[in-house]
Design a protein around this ligand. Sequence first.
Ligand code: PMT
Length: 395
Amino acid sequence: MLNGKNILLGVTGSIAVYKAVEIARRLTEDGANVTVVMTESACRFVSPTTFEAVSGRPVYTNLFEGYFRHINLVKESHLLIVAPATANTISKFACGIADNLLSTTYLVYEGPVLIAPAMNSRMYKKPVVQKNIKELAKSGIIFIGPESGKLACGEDGIGRMAEVSDIIESVKSALTTKDLTGHNILVTAGPTRESIDPIRFLSNRSSGKMGFAIATAAHRRGAKATLISGPAALKPPDGVSFIPVDNADDMRAAVLRNFYKSTSVIMAAAVCDFAPSVTSKSKIPKINNLTINLKETPDILKEIGRKKGKRFLIGFAAETGMNIQRAKEKLRDKNLDLIVLNDVTQKGAGFDFDTNIATIITRKGEITELPLMKKEDLANIILDRMLQLSPKKNP
Ligand code: PMT
């Protein structure tokens, strides 16, 4: 999603500079053109050569090398991010001091600015630093972090630079058009676990990645997103209302509680179709040829399909084979507006991969076959399709 985006990354003198190398690497890997501007103190921690190697572009450190460098650097830049940002640089920005390449570049720049502070907690809490941060925030600058924890100096407190993944997410969010503002999107993800006894359960291979990607993309695009997820080893996306559940009954209850306020529902969860008829209260002893009777779990999507009103309903069909006919039957049976078919036997598709290969089928029978792509990109294509077919926000 960062393809063709020109990002200026300002790096100032903090021990967290080494994490900025990872920021430059990740943004570059996601397709952005990253131009790094370092202060003199930043160069004492990590050499510009390291940033040149990861960004594949020249790194700038000196205001007086080149012709109107600060003016030229901001041309065609989509975003300026300063990470790590010291108390010194933050305070210079707030006071309009322009005494190096980064601070002059900041003064010239008129686009969106993100700042990720990093410093000792006493420096961070100093009233003058807080006043400067508030001034900058008032003028529209977005602050990410800092976080609390162990600091480089050995003290505990607030001042650690935000996690790289949170900084990347903030960059993506700042560069995303908020075309889903006013939408209230309910997403399900992950597997469900149906208990056999207090120790064992029936489940499936869903990691939650597909549903988490959809909720993240919806939030980035300005929607209110609620994510109901079965057990998954993923960090809940920032800004998304997150509801963890365990089994199909829990997921049904959570979906029904949140359904009425939603404008659309996207069910990427792999709800177990069967659960043990009886859950043993104690551990079942080891015996040969144990038989477990199964009962059907509630079909959540079918139930909300009956009550959908004007909400836009999207289901997924996990098939072993590109069975378009079965996906169409599921779309009709569950009264959906759109279904995303994935053949989970294909390499790179379905369970646990970071990628998927999907075919989108609409209620009118339009079929769009998509190539292998990141789940993040598929999430955006699904949301684009939803927006095309249902631009209205009210259920
Ligand atoms: O989580 P990942 O590792 O990223 O993997 C992604 C995925 C493969 C789980 C995802 O892309 C996917 O296909 N999700 C749907 C899995 C599934 O249960 O498919 P289904 O064809 O069995 O169900 C059809 C639809 O009905 C689904 O939207 C499902 O959420 C819903 N359903 C199913 C059973 C049930 N009891 N209640 C339901 O609501």
